[in-house]
Design a protein around this ligand. Structure first.
Ligand code: ATP
Length: 389
């Protein structure tokens, strides 16, 4: 086992693409750290630099406290698992598992014992004589993991290993990966674009956007205390509602904002408050689960555009009416992070099903409101979930 560290890593590609900028990240021995972010944010490049398949343009990669920039992938003793399995098609499952051990010229008895042990660990015993072509996607991925496990590497590097599987199998294999990690305790870097996967699997999650690390924290912390607008809107399913607002007045311990039908007072930490002025633009954030149907006072007036029924609850998508969104200058690149101005989504119990086209009021509690500066930095964390009547 080993710890992995990235120190001030930069990675540019010929032609100008900067895939990773100033990445500093420490993965302690035995941790399963998930790297998550949208397509093209540099996740695979980070993993490939740990594997030795790409060289950083600047900075250092350390494994077990040794700088490994110049080490070959073999010398690093890491095992990669890819989304396309990368099994040898002309070898049986047994052959695939034996291959890395034979390459190391281990004695036959040891190879047999290790393959048997790994097959037991991943429930592959009955598949050992099959060819990869005769396996289901889930079974192939288990073999691919087996081939990584059998080598007894110091680090696992997994690049979207579940993305070729259907939704049900993804959940099952995800649980198997978590169990395997608990059992073996091998340091693991796991890359995915799926924030649900990241939140359920990682003991910590590193969020990347455009090659930059936005935040690294435990899943519950990312959700409750996002460092910035990107993390707030990326983490959560659906992500946080983001609305442009203006400061109406400074009040003791906070600011008065016009978000919905009436101004509401929201507390702001003293240090952050010093920089706020009347009329200053801000972003307000509210989690879909913190909205509920309510009276007009202190509420957002919303026209319902669509409803997604999830069985026990509904996601109600709507457009805010009555607040002049265009009055707020935007300089946080709202489009870049997928914010659709004026759109909100509320998570409501299945007993509350408003018809499409209806206007309704969504109660906004000051405690649940997050605030961000125009450039996206978080000024105040709200309460993420439902907090009673
Ligand atoms: P995805 O989820 O789509 O796989 P990713 O987050 O893993 O994306 P990377 O594959 O790491 O992203 O790519 C990051 C950026 O670097 C992208 O803009 C990509 O086009 C660019 N890039 C990656 N590999 C190369 C390369 N060999 N040459 C030039 N540009 C590259």
């Amino acid at each position: 086992m080993a710890e992995v560290e990235f120190r001030s890593i930069e990675k540019g590609f010929p032609g100008g693409a900067r895939a990773v900028c100033d990445l500093t990240l420490h993965v302690p021995d035995g941790e399963l750290l998930v790297v998550v972010g949208p397509s093209g944010c540099g996740k695979s490049t980070v993993l490939r630099m740990a594997a030795g398949l790409e060289a950083p343009t600047a900075g250092e990669v350390l494994i077990d406290r040794r700088v490994v920039n110049s080490w070959s992938p073999q010398r690093r003793n890491v095992a990669m698992v890819f989304q396309d399995y990368a099994l040898y098609p002309h070898m049986s499952v047994r052959g695939n598992l034996e291959f890395p051990l034979r390459m190391r010229k281990l004695p036959k008895a040891e190879v047999r014992a290790k393959v048997a042990e790994t097959a037991g660990l991943l429930a592959l015993e009955d598949l050992l004589e099959r060819m990869p072509g005769a396996l289901s996607g889930g079974q192939r991925q288990r073999v691919a993991m087996g081939r990584a496990v059998v080598r007894d590497p110091s680090v696992f590097l997994m690049d979207e290993p579940l993305s070729n599987l259907d939704a049900k199998l993804r959940v099952q294999i995800r649980a198997e990966i978590a169990a395997l990690h608990r059992r073996l305790g091998t340091t693991t870097l796991y890359v995915t674009h799926d924030q649900v996967e990241a939140m359920t699997l990682g003991s910590r999650v590193a969020v990347l956007s455009a090659g930059r690390l936005q935040q690294v924290a435990a899943p519950a912390d990312l959700y409750a205390r996002p460092a910035n607008l990107f993390v707030a809107s990326f983490i959560g399913n659906p992500g946080m509602n983001i609305l442009p607002v203006r400061v109406v007045a400074l009040v003791p311990h906070g600011v008065r904002l016009r978000i919905g039908e009436r101004p509401i007072d929201v507390g702001v930490p003293e240090a952050a408050r010093a920089d706020l002025r009347v009329d200053a633009p801000l972003w307000a954030g509210v989690r879909p689960e913190a909205l509920s149907l309510g009276p007009a006072e202190g509420s957002l007036r919303v026209r319902v555009e669509a409803i997604e029924s999830l069985g026990h609850e509904h996601l109600v998508y709507g457009r805010v009416v009555g607040v002049p969104v265009s009055a707020v200058p935007i300089d946080a690149g709202a489009g870049d992070i997928g914010i659709e101005l004026g759109r909100v989504v509320a998570r409501l119990p299945s007993t509350e099903r408003p018809p499409t086209g209806a206007e309704l009021f969504l109660k906004l509690r000051p405690e649940s409101v997050y605030l961000f500066t125009p450039s996206g930095e978080c000024l105040r964390h709200g309460h993420p979930g439902s907090i009673g009547p």
